[in-house]
Ligand binder design. Sequence first.
Ligand code: TRP
Ligand code: ZN
Length: 884
Amino acid sequence: MSASQPQAIHRKDYRQPDYWIREVALDFDLLPEATKVTARLSVEPNAAGTAGAALVLDGEDVKLLALKLDGQALSAADYTVEERSLSIEKPPATAFTLEIVTEIAPAKNTHLSGLYQSSGVYCTQCEAQGFRRITYFLDRPDVMAVYRVTVRADKKLCPVLLSNGNLEEQGDLDGGRHYAVWHDPFPKPSYLFALVAGDLACNEDSFTTQSGRKVTLRIFVEHGKEGRTGYAMDALKRSMRWDETRFGLEYDLDLFNIVAVSDFNMGAMENKSLNVFNDKYILADPETATDADYAGIETVVAHEYFHNWTGDRITCRDWFQLSLKEGLTVFRDQEFSSDMRSRPVKRIKDVRNLRARQFPEDAGPLAHPVRPDSYIAIDNFYTATVYEKGAEVIRMMHTRLGEAGFQKGMRLYVERHDGEAATCDDFAAAMADANNVDFAQFKLWYSQSGTPQLDLAGRYDAQVGAYELTVSQSCPPTPGQPDKAPMHIPFAIGLLDEQGRDIPLKLEGAVAAGASIVLPVTQAKQSFRFANVPQPKAVSLNRGFSAPVNVRMPQDGAERAFLIAHDSDPFARWEAGQQYATELLLQRVADIRAGKPADAPYDAAFIDAVRQILQDDGLEHAFVAEAIGLPDEDYIADRMEVVDVDAIHAARKALRRQIATALRADFERLYAANRDTGAYSPDAAPAGRRALKNSALGYLSALAEADAGLRGQIAAQYRAADNMTDRMVALRLLVDIAGPERQAALADFYDRFRDDALVLDKWLALQAISVLPDTLDRVKDLMAHPAFSMQKPNKVRALIGSFTANTLRYHAADGAGYAFHADRILELDPKNPQVAARMLALLGRWRRFDAGRQDKMKAELQRILAAPKLSRETYEIASKSLGS
Ligand code: TRP
Ligand code: ZN
């Protein structure tokens, strides 16, 4: 290892800073190429022992113009500037002020971290470490200060000047410029600082809090797009009300601003009272946004708003605690969406997402605990593990304590830590103390990585009428953690009788949740015995997905079909179908590899179970749509020792065809019955009907290659659609079928939406996920298309990101997909390392493939690592992916 290789930072090394910064006055003179930033910092030693210690400030890509201490200019001998820091060797031993003048170039900031320009609008992104790209600072979340911010800019180009908190003053300046002064009374870490300046349109509304304070709400967007902000505003108001009613948390300022920008590294950002969003999570109308887009907007608007308490009022002590705010806030946004929509369907979607994104992460070279122990670049740890598994950890606490107990814990957490930078341990302690429970073993969920596995065996003793369930837990080794201790796993189960009814269950020490019982699984192996019960006809496992684990229990098709037909727990009902299909598909993959035909008849009992679901009028439309959906190809791949992408694709395609053939009449009936959902509304009920209609059309499309009538039906839906959901689904189906319908629809879509960047992202993405064999060539062509740009993260994700998610084509045996991927990472890394590194992770799955693909994937990772001047972000992902 050469000395220049980036070094890791360790959680165990945390200590408080030597200095606090209590007040910050920032002064921005905005110019695209040379913005002058003056920062006046009130600094004080942390403790007697740190007085006079060297003050080391973080800084990156900033030019130091001037430096004064207590009004006196410092001479070159008094300080040292290095690539990533500014050190003052001998500061005074008492409180002092530091004035730092820096120069930055927002127009040249392609990292989209710090202060940058997006379509002419100045905006900031400071989480996690962007503030140091604006000025020198103690850029760490435990340093909390009160900010006063003066923004100066050209009045014509930037009529809108925003920062955190309240507007104190504004006025005109010479030379066509003007200014505004903002003051945020709440102390905050630097990562929550924000500034926006530009020419923006505004949708204004208001919200009256439960205590009667009127809050002005503003959503700023590009001119001409105000008409697409109504749903986001509605979601914001519902979020504010919900946080009051469910959590007792009220908004704390008189103004709440949201700004939507088109260049953004992530989804959105919770800066105090000035949230900045990727415009994809704000803009919607029926012609341009799908039902899924609307649901995404509702979730992200809520998520960022909820951070006001879980993130801003109570923030993180250090970045290892990231899940303190993110896991908890994801849990809160999931609960919000569940309360707004269908709870079972939301749970199913969240579990699908967890399995698609977090389980593979936890099983690969980048696996890390919910509270990581070390990092090289913190931006690499905004992961599915920290967010989604973190939310599952909070959910398990909720399951264990119940809603009332959980809310008691929340109140104690807020009472103890409001205004502070806290830790995951602090949160767990508040939950435990408020409820008098012991979380010692449970907290392993924060420190152990990997997805636990439960192996189950059931036995009925007819003589005494008792059922015994034996549970063994294990957790595979993960990087740095070869051996795991048994965890506390709250495992909800139910037993079904002959009629499919729940058998009432009692067990000492176990919480009953409705008809289910939550088993406290705590040992490597243990048995749970239920006395005085009839012989169960079926066992329902991990109800509601009470724990983020893999479950293995030998169950035959008949038992699974029985659960699909009768389980009172909707999640378990869906899951029985998924596991049934998974087993059939895995068996078929093995058969194909043994030379048998892909399209041999599948188990008729499974197809009957699907038929029953389709014919059950008592079920929610959206639930049926989920329940008839087969597990995706990646889920099957995750269950295989060595992935065979072609066999998986062939097996799944054959099953879809056979279901479509057998149930064609049902699909046609459902399509007709749900065809017209009336005037468009994004609400859960009509969206559910569209989901069911469109999954019926999806099955029918499995027969469309040989059926011009069906192709015509799909093309007709495309043309007649009065909303983007129906139009997109039809186009999605057509892009997989070579022929004139495909060409015509793609050309029409482009013509209709050629001026709408967000909609063209869909157009790029659909072409990149096509199963057609020439997809990579099309993607390469599209890179030269005016709709694409390597400078815009949304475009890069739409085209390149979607292609890498196209498992069948990305993993082409000749390695062309891998080489294309690596070329793009190398192209992107110098421009935007955060996005480059995030997009790289997929190559790290090489261990899961055959020797030929392994070699090709590893060679690409090595080629990336060999590049000169690789960013720390990409270096970390590439080196860990290779296992070095
Ligand atoms: N805190 C943001 C959220 O989850 C995440 C985020 C937004 C972010 N922008 C970022 C993280 C840039 C890292 C870098 O709501
Ligand atoms: Zn968040």
